[in-house]
Write a protein that binds this ligand. Structure first.
Ligand SMILES: Cc1cc2nc3c(=O)[nH]c(=O)nc-3n(C[C@H](O)[C@H](O)[C@H](O)COP(=O)(O)OP(=O)(O)OC[C@H]3O[C@@H](n4cnc5c(N)ncnc54)[C@H](O)[C@@H]3O)c2cc1C
Ligand code: FES
Length: 346
């Protein structure tokens, strides 16, 4: 048995199998819907059910509150249709453009640019052509079937030959996967992955000036976006804000300075929230999204691409739209949700 889903206003129809949630069915069939974590934690897939009935699998109240659900909102990543449905959702052309592949990858190199960041280079099989958009991510499939998501830090034209992707991982002590990466992972190890996933990538049709906003390893997909803009020959003014607590958190500061020096349309503003005397910091300080608001009190004509810890992404979304006039649809983001977000306090 299957149900028919009708996406409005784009007028797209697709079938969902019995007991299948809406979003996985859309991804399977190359339909571009907005999403992030695929796991009921980030809220990026929130849409409105216009007709029909769904039941939700486990999800966070932060992503969809009981009031929102009562008002007809759904999370497509965990909403399982019980009837044919009509859903009002943004269409994201390109999100389903490339086939999702399951593939092994081999660790080529592990660098540690700061004590709690690892930069991995992973070689991909040459016979399985992983294609993706700058900003998208892959999921590692762990031995117990758990999955962990990481965004490609190199734009697709820089994948090289033999093909290799670059990932930036922050150690979360007690974390199932990053504990392994920081204590046991070594060159030549094989990691199973699936991808590409995600609807966080450049809106190439827009000509608006851009704010790129990253916290910590949220810099990874932002770096890929910068490389993509350079590759496209873009001249859209772009300002990169990269925030960390301490100087070491800006683990590729020199790369950013070099790009800003060589790229006429790119400006770089590093921001530290807890700089210590031994950081020797004379740059901006405070919350990184506040630095954006100080420099751009009017964001009504901008596009924002934000990535990193959920608390930063949520604050930026709320404050930019409420206080700086950013149109909600011009806030593009991936929140790096983890198990802590799924089990921690609301
Ligand atoms: C779309 C997307 C893209 C991402 N891209 C990146 C990226 O490029 N780089 C990056 O560094 N991260 C990224 N992340 C985050 C990443 O996927 C992982 O969540 C993160 O690396 C932690 O994985 P882990 O297995 O080490 O920790 P987990 O096992 O997920 O644990 C995370 C933390 O929660 C704690 N914890 C575990 N279980 C519980 C519990 N039951 N209750 C309370 N606390 C608990 C752990 O002690 C640990 O401190 C991304 C996430 C998403 C959704
Ligand atoms: S809550 Fe559905 S994609 Fe994150």
């Amino acid at each position: 048995m299957s149900f028919s889903v009708h996406i409005q206003p784009a007028d797209i129809r697709f079938e969902v199998d019995a007991d299948e949630a809406l979003l996985p069915a859309a991804i399977r069939q190359g339909i571009g819907l907005p999403y992030g974590c695929r796991d009921g934690a980030c809220g990026s897939c929130k849409s409105r059910l216009l007709e029909g009935r769904v039941v939700h699998g486990p999800h966070q109240a932060k992503a969809l509150s009981a009031e929102e659900e009562a008002a007809g909102l759904i999370l497509t990543c965990c909403a399982v249709p019980q009837t044919d449905c009509t859903v009002e959702a943004r269409s994201v052309p390109g999100a389903g453009q490339y086939p999702v592949l399951k593939l092994p990858s081999r660790v080529l190199a592990i660098e540690r640019p700061s004590p709690d960041v690892a930069v991995l280079r992973l070689q991909l099989p040459a016979n399985q052509n992983l294609r993706y958009r700058a900003g998208q991510y892959v999921e590692f499939i762990l031995r117990d079937g758990a999955r962990r998501s990481y965004s490609m830090a190199n734009a697709p034209h820089l994948i090289g030959s033999p093909p290799a992707i670059e990932l930036h991982l922050r150690h979360m002590p007690g974390g199932k996967f990053t504990d392994h990466v920081f204590t046991a992972l070594k060159e030549k190890d094989i990691l199973r992955m699936e991808g590409p996933f995600g609807s966080f990538f450049l809106d190439e049709a827009s000509t608006k000036p851009i704010v790129l906003l990253a916290s910590g390893t949220g810099f990874a997909p932002i770096k890929a976006l910068i490389e993509q803009l350079q590759h496209l020959g873009s001249t859209r003014p772009a300002t990169l804000y990269w925030g960390g607590r301490r100087r070491a958190d800006l683990y590729q500061h020199a790369w950013c300075e070099a790009q800003a020096a060589a790229t006429p349309w790119l400006r770089y503003v590093p921001v530290l929230s807890e700089a210590a005397p031994d950081d020797g910091w004379s740059g901006r300080s405070g919350f990184v999204h506040r630095a954006v608001m100080a420099d751009f009190p009017d964001l009504s004509g901008h596009q924002v691409y934000a990535c990193g810890v959920p608390v930063m992404v949520d604050a930026a979304r709320t404050d930019f739209t409420a206080q700086c006039g950013l149109p909600a649809e011009e806030f593009h983001a991936d929140a790096f949700t983890s198990e802590a977000d799924k089990h921690g306090p609301l």
